[in-house]
Design a protein around this ligand. Structure first.
Ligand SMILES: [Zn+2]
Length: 204
């Protein structure tokens, strides 16, 4: 055995062991592979995110598309939130947009996992974003190149009813749905999260 092969074999053994640890039914190395046990949810598994101070995700995923709709800025979420997002896009967002502008092509995600407090304030409760339970959406891109935005199209204009339907239909798939009606922090985006409320979904 030459010096070279003597060094290579232990290295291969280490690589093989490392690869085994990642393999399970939900694993995907391809950013377009199915994740969270659902063929409609595509993306990759990512490394566990530490749980210091209540933050973190044990089994995070980075989602590239749901129900055939691309996500601009691929959110890091837990599978519960990724599954809710898929249900919302399939049963809420796509029907709400229908054939407008040729249909829904992609969604502009503006926030996902972040170890922070609610509304980025220095004090107060930990945000659902800090547990991978939440996703923020600022706009919906249509196939004709048009974008429906929360900031520009919520209150008035030809797309206002559609944008309000895009908010309303998230109520159910997500336990908490916030938009421009809720407070000044949500003028330009929808906040959706999967936190449970005993009294049912909170949608505003
Ligand atoms: Zn949010």
């Amino acid at each position: 055995m030459t010096m070279k092969t003597a060094l290579v074999w232990p290295l291969l053994a280490v690589l093989a062991l490392a690869a085994c640890g990642e393999d399970d039914d939900y694993a995907s190395r391809d950013s377009n592979g199915p994740i969270c046990g659902n063929k409609q949810i595509r993306g990759v598994k990512v490394d566990p995110i530490g749980t210091g101070g209540g933050c973190g995700i044990a089994n995070p995923v980075k989602v590239s598309s749901v129900s055939g709709v691309m996500l601009q800025m691929q959110p890091v979420l837990n599978c519960e939130a990724a599954t809710a997002l898929n249900t919302y896009v399939r049963e809420g967002a796509k029907p709400a947009i229908g054939k407008t502008g040729g249909g829904l092509q992609s969604i502009d995600i503006v926030a996902h996992y972040a170890c922070r407090r609610r509304n980025n304030l220095p004090q107060g409760k930990l945000s659902e974003h800090a547990r991978g339970n939440a996703v923020d959406i600022a706009g919906f891109n249509l196939r004709n190149g048009e974008t429906l935005t929360v900031l520009g199209d919520w209150a008035s204009g030809k797309h206002a009813k559609t944008v309000q339907a895009l908010h309303k239909t998230a109520c159910g798939p997500f336990g908490t749905v916030l938009g421009p009606r809720s407070d000044r922090f949500h003028r330009d985006h929808f906040h959706f999260d999967v936190a449970d409320y005993r009294s049912g979904p909170y949608c505003r």
